[in-house]
Design a protein around this ligand. Sequence first.
Ligand code: ATP
Ligand code: MN
Length: 282
Amino acid sequence: MNLAELYGGMGKHSWKILDAIFRNLWDYEYVPVKLISFHSNIGEEKVKNILRHLSDLRVVQNKRTEYEGSTFTFLGLSLYSLYRLVKKGHIEAIGKIMGEGKESAVFNCFSEKYGECVVKFHKVGHTSFKKVKEKRDYGDLHFSVLAIRSAKREYRALKKLQGLAVPVVYAWEGNAVLMELIDAKELFRVRVENPDEVLNMILDEVGRFYRRGVVHGDLSQYNVLVSSDGVWIIDFPQSIDVGEEGWEEILKRDVRNIVTYFNRAYRMEKDINSAINRILQE
Ligand code: ATP
Ligand code: MN
């Protein structure tokens, strides 16, 4: 995914068209060409031409059944979200890709305002089942809507947890979350010298999250970063608020996952239940 190059080659009309798709994606999976033309103030034939070009670039996907319409691909939604981050003055440009997995693509970037940061582009939705059911009643749940909600959820959780051991978060646009670059390695890649202490630092942090009303929801050795400066917890799209359906089970699962990892990897015998109780009782 070469976002920087793609970004540089986009024309004014293309941005207007992507903007028109974005405005309407809550109501349509494939936004009708007529509507794109109306919102972008570009004639229908020209819109169709540009959409064909954008489809060749894999920025959009067009469809011709029932009516002519267009929808973002992951690349297109990310490109457009990047455009919004730049337009709002958060960042100047995007840097190198740090990693791309099933659920996200993470890029390095530099911002005059914030210094070194990362942009995380969300690929999938992590909406709770209840929310999915609600939305079914009045609209289409497609890739873009889900990825945007997932980014929003991560941004919201990070906002609530600022000041704790999480990245500083700067902005959310579309499927992109802009946050501080943490200079540390994933827990599963390193062999820590003081596993007892590191595990306690993580559990203390889980307790602080809980007291701010947030449960991580996907805590594991992959979502904890460590360095000689300490630990950080990342990756919050699956987080839920304390009080939301199932929160207590999810908190217990988080603690079980991380304690089990330490017990296995470092031959420890930390008791899961007392770790949970300590968090809930503090
Ligand atoms: P994936 O599909 O790649 O597993 P994910 O949903 O797990 O995506 P994250 O865990 O948030 O996404 O990020 C993926 C990887 O990017 C992390 O494991 C980490 O290496 C890196 N990363 C994410 N955020 C930051 C950050 N703020 N600072 C440094 N590295 C980060
Ligand atoms: Mn992760």
